[in-house]
Design a protein around this ligand. Sequence first.
Ligand code: SF4
Ligand code: SF4
Length: 371
Amino acid sequence: KPMEGRITDIGPKHYDQFYPEVIKKNKGKWSHHEILEPGVLVHVAESGDEVFTVRCGGARLMSSTHIQEICDIADKHCDGRLRFTTRNNIEFMVDSKDKVEALKADLAQRKFPGGSYKFPIGGTGAGISNIVHTQGWIHCHTPATDASGTVKATMDEVFSDFQDHRLPAKLKISMACCLNMCGAVHCSDIAILGYHRKPPILDHEYLDKVCEVPLAVASCPTAAIKPAKVELPSGETVNSVAVRNERCMYCGNCYTMCPSMPLSDAEGDGIVLMAGGKVSNRISAPKFSKVVVAFLPNETPRWPSMTKTINKMIEEYAKGARKYERFGDWAERIGWERFFDVCELDFTHHLIDDFRDAAYQSWRQTTQFKF
Ligand code: SF4
Ligand code: SF4
């Protein structure tokens, strides 16, 4: 028998049970919204009701005590309700302006022992929101770089733009730690992508014992893997696989299926930077990000070359773009050649993308084409 309030006995309750009263009352009948200051929004309903939202950056990993504290804040100020955005921001909502100041003051005084904010307010409008990112070295099997480390190092550098609206338009930064890409690097203004540069290592001795050879063969998107009989140093012949290295694009799919095909490599792994993507249809059509830095090594723990390059791109964008112009629109207007020049990036043949697919050149992809 389904549990009370659920359609089945698995999963959460229906989301409409969690709406704040004012949202339940005005659902589908909103008139407009405004950003009052960095991190604070107001949504006004046709009825005249208002909802004030205070947005805070969420932590990359949250302990149960931290989540308890978030719930306590929601209980104290917001009738026990809150929401998380797709960029891991936490939004606390109240139904009157008087309650906003008390909420902001409460959030601002909650600090870690070192003095840094637990709940920094910001992430709205013409600034930088939280970085959407993937799992990294601790939690996934195919990363070519870390997510926690790169995101923390970047966010520390650009934090003032999380709390400010000085940029020409919003600037979305994303991170994915391999090109299987659980993040949003294909469509972000600036993106950090972990990249392997070496094909998988083949552990012939164990491969047949821990993997299904047909599954390993089928896992490869470029058909680089084929079955092979291999003679071990002991003289024994075993079933294994062979990889045509020139076909390998270092995606790590085979390792997902077969733990005897690892491809992590301290020298081969690192970071690619991409830029100019967006999902928005505002002003210009959505765009894919383009590779602008072909490779940077994993300089743990703070990735200084990466953060320096990202900072330079942001500063040039802040200086050169027109109001409301997204990063890619700016680069296209001044010309990508000039973009490489002003951002002091080297252009190499690795950056030339010759990918062609009719589907990506169709007007169906955009609402900008209004016939
Ligand atoms: Fe794992 Fe790749 Fe996703 Fe990172 S991007 S979490 S390595 S699949
Ligand atoms: Fe194929 Fe990707 Fe494995 Fe290379 S890393 S062999 S492309 S599945």
